[in-house]
Design a binder for this molecule. Structure first.
Ligand SMILES: [Fe+2]
Ligand SMILES: [Fe+2]
Length: 273
């Protein structure tokens, strides 16, 4: 049985549109040939229940929703069985997807940053068959825009592409893996992750406890944050990554949904009206 949070959001649509939001399925499929650490991680996770929950969530979305959005960490690491599963899974036409940090995870002990992402993409033979870095699609008069911010940073090129999407004039639902900074969410995330910084645009001028280059936002990340929190066409943001559920109001008034982990059966249904 899946656990559904339900929300309704008024954005002035002629006809309601139902979204199923799934995130953080962390499928741990692997074979004996995979890296030892992947096999060890796989044993700690429950392959059967995460797969089963994902299938139940997808069945619900297919039956009751107009669009299904998965905000990353679909797989736990880039083993051959995980990649094969993901490539096939992402062919579903009702599904929109953006990468999470685990879409690049190799469990090889190296620092996971932008360079790491490029080397993982190469190891993956170019990716998962869809653009997991930036993509967009208009469904029922709403523009769904996905941006990979899985290392808590957004690049200049992604911001340029987002601005291009805004110029199309449709209301936008942004979907990303990691959520944007907002004080209450920051506090909860900081406690939940025992001091690790998991929220985009956590600035050390505001929070001196922020340490490490992963957490300090790039100039492009700051510009992205400014843009998103001030753009009236962006009606809501769907995110995951934190492994708990939360609803934030960002500066400027935009609502941000953080959805709880899918591998424990959670998903969110949002009705846009
Ligand atoms: Fe995750
Ligand atoms: Fe994540």
């Amino acid at each position: 049985m899946i656990y559904l949070e339900k929300n309704t959001l008024e954005i002035g649509l002629q006809k309601p549109l139902k979204i199923l939001h799934i995130t953080d399925s962390h499928l741990p499929l692997c074979s004996d040939n995979d890296r030892e650490e992947m096999i060890r991680q796989s044993k700690q996770r429950d392959e059967r229940s995460s797969l089963q929950y994902l299938q139940e969530q997808m069945a619900y979305g297919e039956e009751h929703c107009d669009v299904i959005v998965h905000t990353g960490d679909l797989i736990d690491f880039i083993s051959k069985p995980c990649l094969e599963f993901a490539r096939d899974f992402l062919k579903n036409e009702k599904l929109l997807f953006i990468a999470g940090n685990h879409e690049y995870a190799k469990y090889d002990g190296k620092t996971e940053d932008m360079t790491y992402r490029m080397s993982s993409l190469q190891e993956m033979g170019g990716g998962l068959g869809v653009d997991i870095f930036f993509n967009s699609r208009i469904v029922g008069g709403v523009n769904f825009v996905g941006i990979d911010d899985s290392y808590h940073q957004v690049e200049e090129g992604q911001l340029i592409r987002l601005k291009k999407e805004v110029r199309k004039g449709y209301p936008i639902i942004l979907f990303m893996h990691a959520p944007l900074y907002e004080n209450e969410l920051y506090k909860k995330s900081y406690d939940f992750w025992h001091g690790e910084i998991c929220v985009v645009n956590s600035d050390s001028t505001l929070h001196p406890e922020v340490i490490g280059d992963m957490a300090e936002p790039y100039a492009s990340t700051k510009l992205f944050y400014e843009f998103v929190t001030n753009e009236p066409l962006i009606k809501a943001i769907l995110t995951g990554h934190l492994h708990f559920g939360f609803e934030s109001i960002l500066p400027g008034g935009t609502i941000q949904y953080v959805t709880n982990r899918g591998d424990k059966g959670n998903a969110r249904e949002i009705t846009l009206i």
